[in-house]
Ligand binder design. Structure first.
Ligand code: COA
Length: 526
């Protein structure tokens, strides 16, 4: 077993326990770890570190860089207050809480940017990289597991490296990865990917064996993803998108196999991809950062020709399927560094269709994906901006209401802008689909309110928009009211202004006098 997992004979003597390896982590260090959306993350050493801190009460704070979210390790470290600074993405409730309390400094970053910032020196030195691996090659090269993420740049830049060989990972992972690191400027060359299936690098992360100070044998499993099954709303959103694709094919704006698809984390994206199993499109290609269960369902239904990503984020049962049938997927899948899977140059060249989730969208098409109420971090922008800005077709999805209707996801003005109106082509809620391409702000507002808003809020939005028009401008607003819906929610726990019958009747009269619109079905309390 060891011969297969550590093929560099000189490195076999560097096997240590996780408890020994964690002693290399010192207060104030910057530690960079493998891991992307809870997949392929280094787990053993950092969890041993947290245990030590818990037992000894040592005071130790580190800067923690990764590819994207880690699994339970983020929570375990946070509970011991070990994380001082974190980037570029997270999704654990415990860490979210510490970020919003200001206990953890969090840099929310486009996922393709971290490698560039490291190259430029803006993120300082990496003292130690800890990388989960399937094996180490004869030359010291590191073969990743279920994600590549930022591991190549971490290994290149780190002063020292610890490798966690996960002996539970199928050895068949070898050959699935394609490691390519752009050269430092001014010697940068075009990234030679012109097809989703192009392989341009090496199967392993090159590493000088002298840098490897310890090898830990681990058996930790990835935290399984818990995809919420599609409900009637997400199902309807998926149907709108699939109908829209058919419409675009009929009008010659998309080819019969669509264009390479990117889909973000979350249940709607997963439902859209699952829906493609029964849609009339063949030979689909995926160019994304995360492969969720639906990508493998599409493989099983023979719909997908090739899929490129930076990681797998799979349920427990799909992980079992994939881990036992990797050889079947070898010539159909590639896992790349995240700066390549998310690279603007490649996303633009391939003409990707990007589907990501919004928390809220405003009447002009600006999207907030990260900040609840404009102040509290949810997860982070992740790769959504890398794709949204550069895709050929950028789609955002969101349910039209949240918290049992107390929040409208379509608002006069978003409280935080992650994706500006200039980058948003299509928005979908369970109410409908709005095609914003080529539209002016005033046209966009009319379409967004009409097609996307929930009936609870449609007339309120129209009321706002029509009064805003009186102020004039290219993008009319009533500035003192633009965020008043959020203020009302903060004050009362409900964005709805009119809740009693008398309120509603009076409100309807005012709205119809402004908009000239007969208000149907609104004569009862909301
Ligand atoms: N205001 C306040 N809260 C809102 C809201 C709004 N407008 N819209 C939704 N929410 C709440 C929901 O009620 C839910 O709360 P809960 O956890 O207490 O139940 C929570 O936000 C998540 O909403 P949900 O509808 O379950 O969506 P999701 O799980 O698909 O996540 C994002 C949505 C936006 C948080 C998630 O997609 C994300 O982090 N995106 C940014 C990163 C990204 O897009 N990466 C893409 C490449 S992988």
């Amino acid at each position: 077993m060891l011969e297969q997992r550590i093929r560099h004979t000189g490195l076999r003597s560097r096997i240590v326990s996780a408890e020994e390896a964690q002693q290399y982590v010192k207060d104030g260090m910057t530690i960079a770890v493998s891991g992307f959306t809870k997949s392929g993350d280094a787990k053993a050493v950092l969890q041993a570190l947290a245990k030590r801190v818990e037992q000894t009460g040592d005071k130790l704070r580190i800067n923690l860089y990764s590819g994207a979210s880690l699994g339970e390790t983020d929570t375990i470290l946070c509970e011991q207050q070990i994380i001082a600074r974190r980037l570029p993405y997270q999704s654990e409730p415990r860490l979210r809480k510490s970020i919003n309390l200001g206990e953890v400094q969090y840099t929310d970053q486009h996922l393709s940017h971290t490698a560039e910032l490291l190259r430029s020196g803006c993120l300082g030195d990496i003292d130690l990289a800890i990388i989960e691996a399937t094996a180490i090659t004869e030359t010291g090269g590191i073969i990743p597991t279920s994600s590549v993420g930022n591991s190549p740049i971490f290994v290149q830049r780190a002063k020292r490296v610890i490798v966690e060989i996960n002996v539970n990972t199928p050895i068949e992972f070898e050959g699935l990865h394609d490691i390519y690191l752009p050269k430092d400027r001014p010697n940068r060359m075009p990234i030679p990917i012109t097809k989703v299936s192009d392989r341009i690098g090496t199967p392993d992360i090159p590493c000088n064996p002298d840098k490897i100070i310890g090898i830990v044998l681990s058996r930790h499993t990835d935290t399984p993803s818990n995809i919420v099954p599609a409900d009637s709303d997400t199902q309807r959103m998926a149907e709108y998108i699939l109908d829209f694709f058919e419409h675009e094919v009929r009008h010659g704006r998309l080819p019969h196999n669509l264009a390479p698809l990117q889909s973000g984390v979350g249940s709607v994206s997963n439902a859209v991809l699952s829906g493609l199993c029964n849609a009339p499109f063949e030979n689909l290609e995926i160019y994304t950062e995360v492969m969720q269960d639906a990508v493998f369902e599409l493989f099983q239904s023979g719909k997908v020709a090739f899929a490129s990503a930076s990681s797998f984020t799979l349920s427990k049962s799909m992980t079992e399927h994939v881990n036992t049938s990797l050889s079947k997927y070898r010539d159909k899948i590639v896992l790349r560094p995240q700066e390549i899977s998310n690279h603007p140059e490649v996303v633009r060249r391939l003409g990707v269709i990007a589907i990501n989730t919004a928390l809220e969208v405003d009447i002009y098409g600006n999207v907030n994906s990260t900040h609840v109420g404009g102040t509290h971090m949810m997860n982070g922008i992740g790769g959504s901006g890398d794709f949204a800005r550069n895709a050929a077709l950028t789609i955002f999805v969101t349910k039209s209401i949240a918290k049992d209707g107390r929040i409208s996801s379509i608002v006069p003005f978003v409280t935080h802008v992650d994706h500006s109106e200039h980058d948003v082509d299509i928005v979908v809620t369970e109410q409908g689909i709005a095609d914003l391409r080529g539209r002016t702000p005033r046209e966009r507002a009319a379409i967004i309110i009409e097609k996307l808003a929930h009936p609870f809020y449609k007339d309120e939005l129209l009321y706002y928009f029509h009064r805003a028009l009186a102020y004039g401008g290219h993008t009319p607003h009533i500035l003192e009211e633009a965020l008043s819906w959020h203020k009302r929610f903060a004050d009362t726990g409900d964005m709805r202004q009119f809740r009693g019958l008398a309120d509603v009747v009076g409100r309807n009269r005012r709205i119809s006098s402004h908009t000239g619109r007969t208000i149907k079905g609104m004569s009862r309390p909301l």
